[in-house]
Design a protein around this ligand. Structure first.
Ligand SMILES: Nc1nc2c(ncn2[C@@H]2O[C@H](COP(=O)(O)OP(=O)(O)OP(=O)(O)O)[C@@H](O)[C@H]2O)c(=O)[nH]1
Ligand SMILES: [Mg+2]
Length: 199
């Protein structure tokens, strides 16, 4: 059984990405305003378990600490609840149209530095979701691939400076802009996650 853990700020698209990866509307997705996944949720598909923790909220310190300690428990002790639950791959989801610096600084300091040794190969994938939102009507000539490549480079540099091994994939699930046709880079994201599971 492969266990994949999804974390990220509220509304970044964790549930949407899980649904896109398994090509099924299995998890409930928020309406963009209300918080949706309030407690830990998971779905098992074939030999893979995809698990989502509630979204971080940068204005709720104590709430974040609770989610964080759950994630640390799963990443370090490899035991969760009554049963063993080893994280094979950790997927951190961010909304490409947000300024994610505060969240990523927090997660790097409080999670990555605690759970992964310096310079060590990690099992972290950053999903830079909602990349479609970076294409506005004035910039339609810039295609999604160009935007995604730029995003990946940006975040790759960010983690290189922090000395953490993170594979960055820019993607989108169900872009609501007319000139973007459905999802993007979901297959690649899936491949990168599976590759991490083998490490
Ligand atoms: N434009 C765009 N919207 C997206 C994308 N992915 C998800 N959304 C929208 O973002 C909102 C939140 O999506 P969720 O999947 O519920 O996000 P979440 O991270 O699971 O949210 P919480 O569980 O509440 O923390 C929904 O309205 C989705 O339709 C995307 O790639 N592009
Ligand atoms: Mg959710």
């Amino acid at each position: 059984m492969k266990n994949i853990l999804f974390i990220g700020e509220k509304g970044a698209g964790k549930s949407s990405l899980i649904n896109a990866l398994i090509a099924k509307d299995a998890l409930e997705v928020g309406d963009g305003i209300n918080l949706c996944t309030k407690s830990e949720t998971w779905i098992n598909v074939k030999e893979t378990s995809l698990r989502e923790l509630p979204g971080f909220d940068m204005s709720q310190f104590e709430f974040n600490e609770r989610i964080l300690s759950k994630a640390i428990e799963m990443l370090t002790y490899k035991i969760y609840g009554d049963f063993k639950w080893k994280v094979d791959a950790l997927v951190v989801v961010v909304d490409a149209s947000d300024d994610n610096k505060e969240f990523l600084d927090y997660i790097t300091e409080c999670l990555f530095y605690r759970c992964y040794r310096d310079g060590q190969k990690s099992n972290i994938v950053l999903a830079i979701n909602k990349s479609d939102k970076l294409i506005n009507s004035e910039a339609q000539h810039i295609n999604l691939k160009t935007v995604c490549d730029e995003q990946e480079k940006l975040y790759k540099d960010f983690f290189k400076k922090k000395c953490v091994d993170v594979t960055c994939v820019a993607c989108c699930t169900d872009g609501d802009l007319e000139h973007i046709d459905g999802s993007y880079n979901i297959d690649r994201l899936s491949k990168e996650i599976m590759r991490k599971c083998e490490v």
